[in-house]
Design a protein around this ligand. Sequence first.
Ligand code: UD1
Length: 425
Amino acid sequence: MSEEVIIARQTPNLTGTVKASGAKNSALKLLAAAILGHGPSVIRNVPLISDITVMSKVIERLGGTVTRDGHVLTVDTTNVDKWETPYELVSKMRASISVLGPLIGRFGRAHVAMPGGCQIGARKIDMHLVGLEQLGVEFQIDHGFLIATTPNGLHGGDVILEFPSVGATENTMMAAVTAKGSTTIENAACEPEIHDLALMLNEMGAQIEGAGTSVVHVHGVSLDDLKPCDHTTVGDRIEAGTFLAGGALLGGPLTVTGVNPAHLRMAILKLRAMGADVETGNDWVSVERTRPLRAVDIQTLPHPGFPTDLQAQFMLLCALAEGNSVITENVFENRFMFAAELSRMGADITIDDHHAVVRGVDKLSGAPVVSTDLRAGGALVLAGLAAEGETIVRKINHIDRGYEDYVGKLASIGARVERTVVDAI
Ligand code: UD1
């Protein structure tokens, strides 16, 4: 058996300009939202990643069609006539459950396979259910399926989320679009991707206010008032933040375009605190570092706090910084698997529950390592660029889930990196 891997070799610097693709975490939900428009919606700036392929299959299983022309997807949901999403797709990608809200909005019902456990924590969906129940949705579990029905119709409601969950905010917001009356979601997640989703829904005819803040109001409209639309996906702040971490790691100057700097404020603050110079424009951020990296404390929090999806990349910076850093993971309970891989390369990291103490070392050395999840995979490749010798990163299917042409983009800014096939272990 063979396996595709990424080989990263020590690289003097990452310089030049690289463009961020459209946001994975937005595009996935935009495809789901197209279900409400029952017609051909055009979604632009969609990243070429495997998670989008899975979501396209979900839409096709429901009876829709998805056609691609480069980064432009036409999602035709005219003939969507099923409301069931099977385990084989949900188990591949948890975000498949984003069709729950739109299916309930369109059909008043949905059968979605329960997502299984996930490597970065339990990742429950209880808050999705609590939110939707306030809108009149009733749930049963049957043979691993979540069966949602609306015996008394879908109606507006006052929802308060226990934690600003991204997925629960989105599912509740999408179902509320066609509910009778008004819905308020308090303690809503404020991620830019939620704002992007609301923009598309409003282009379709929904009436949503406040998305991107902690209080979202949705005034229900009739399903017949919703039309397909033409929408451009917001830039991927996490992909951009990954490249910026790479620039800060090796020195730069490196410019990342295609991203709104306001979406990266906390990451930029931490880059500056670590000794990097950061400049921003309308849709770009550039980073340069001429001083040694300084240790910094980071705690992940819902947006606008520091994103958990950049935690591994910044742990790498801390690993090579002068001094000791404490990283606290508040969003997912089990997201430090990256630390064990990085330690194999010479990092000095102690984990205590949801805290990581990172003692800076002078250098890392190349080693065979395994991507434990998408962002850890991205960070391990960067670690390989900084490390002496050669690093072989395995399980790169995780990286392909969310980074479009990661190797090609890194190579274009000077990285010594390639994909190749080796014997599987
Ligand atoms: C989304 C992003 C993911 C990002 C995360 C947090 C997508 C496809 N994924 O994931 O990249 O890391 O936001 O920014 O957009 N929780 C519950 N019950 C629930 C829902 C969530 O306990 O019903 C918990 C989760 O286990 C987790 C925390 O809340 O510990 C945050 O989860 P959530 O914000 O919902 O993340 P996702 O939408 O799954």
